[in-house]
Design a protein around this ligand. Structure first.
Ligand code: FE
Length: 349
């Protein structure tokens, strides 16, 4: 900006003015303060979101990325933890932090309005920010249309030796099984887990993408995985062979004629140790808003939790589907039961 009555670009008055402006900006930033975030969501995904937040609010975000070990770290730090809030994937991880007493309830009209009740804790201990469906990846050549339409089909004897899935103990699969406990009771879920195990083409191993790879290679005909991996494989320039894995399968949203497909979340929660609680709440509110929901959807092929936010075109191309309406808080409460069932049927052996 130029001083309109100055003849030279920078007069002494303009210099003092500029210094005052800088000081004012610094003071605004200091007043807005900062917030400390522990995130198991990756920096590539969070960086644009956090920058947009700082631009809008002046609040500086100090993010520590933790691929693993967040729960242990927060437990050991206790009340002295610098973390004001956490970001984590899967209801299982959020629930485990909650059960360890590490999270505090938050009341926010914005969060209540933006996030459907089934994707947040009833008392506000955690909030879903993105959604992903746990779907069936079916071989284009070896699975007939209509042959597999439900999770129950995966446990049906017709699928003997045809199913691939990662470890039954993985957080994604425990949540899926917990959703089946909610839908069919403990006995029903036990029978499903037993039937599924009997149909496995190989011992559970690898991550979600490795299951689709196994379908591509002909080891199995169907696999279980999260939706966003389809987008990540189909657009993978670093490892282009993954495009072939994606091309070899169709996506099936299970149980469209009854309870709907299991949908999980990534989400956020404020810690009990939070020293910048108001800023932490403001950040979660920002992440639930239109602008941030759009960035999330574009960057990671996930579903926005907020209604009316546009999907990534590829995600939109998979079509609309009916999601299981069971509250994730209710599903989370069955995770211990589900974990015991995995042991009981020796799922991984
Ligand atoms: Fe994942």
């Amino acid at each position: 900006m130029k001083c309109k009555n100055s003849l030279v670009p920078l007069t002494r008055a303009a210099l003092i003015g500029a210094a005052l402006v800088t000081a004012a900006a610094a003071q605004a930033q200091a007043q807005a303060g900062e917030v400390n975030l522990y995130s198991s969501r990756q920096p590539f995904l969070m960086k644009p979101l956090l920058e947009a937040f700082t631009d809008e609010t002046g609040i500086k975000v100090n993010m520590v990325y933790m691929k693993k070990g967040m729960l242990e770290r927060l437990k050991s730090e206790g009340r002295n933890s610098p973390a004001d809030l956490i970001l984590a994937s899967d209801i299982g991880n959020l629930h485990n932090h909650d059960k360890a007493g590490l999270l505090q309830p938050i009341e926010s009209a914005i969060l209540s309005a933006n996030i459907p009740a089934q994707y947040r804790h009833p008392s506000g201990n955690w909030f879903g920010l993105t959604a992903r469906a746990r779907i069936i990846y079916a071989s284009k050549t070896r699975v007939k249309p209509g042959e597999v339409t439900t999770y129950e089909d995966l446990a049906d004897p017709k699928m003997k030796g045809r199913v691939c899935i990662r470890s039954g103990k993985h957080v994604y699969n425990i949540s899926l099984l917990a959703s089946i406990v909610v839908a069919k009771g403990t006995e029903g879920a036990a029978a499903w887990a037993k039937g599924l195990k009997a149909n496995l083409a190989r011992k559970p191993q690898g991550n979600d993408r490795a299951q689709v790879k196994a379908v591509f290679q002909g080891e199995c005909d169907v696999a279980v995985g999260n939706t966003y991996y389809m987008g990540k494989m189909a657009t993978n320039e670093k490892d282009p062979v993954q495009k072939k894995w994606a091309q070899s399968v169709n996506i099936i949203f299970p149980n469209q004629q009854d309870r709907g497909t299991h949908v999980n979340i990534s989400g956020a929660a404020v810690t009990t140790a939070a020293k910048n609680k108001a800023n932490a709440v403001q950040l979660i509110e920002f992440l639930s808003g239109d602008a941030a929901q759009k960035i999330y959807a574009e960057a990671n092929f996930e579903y926005p939790v907020k209604a009316g936010v546009a999907l990534h075109p590829m995600v939109a191309s998979w079509g609309t589907f009916k999601a299981d309406k069971a509250y994730l808080s209710r599903i989370a409460n069955q995770r211990i039961v589900a974990s015991k069932l995995v042991d009981q049927v020796s799922f991984n052996n």
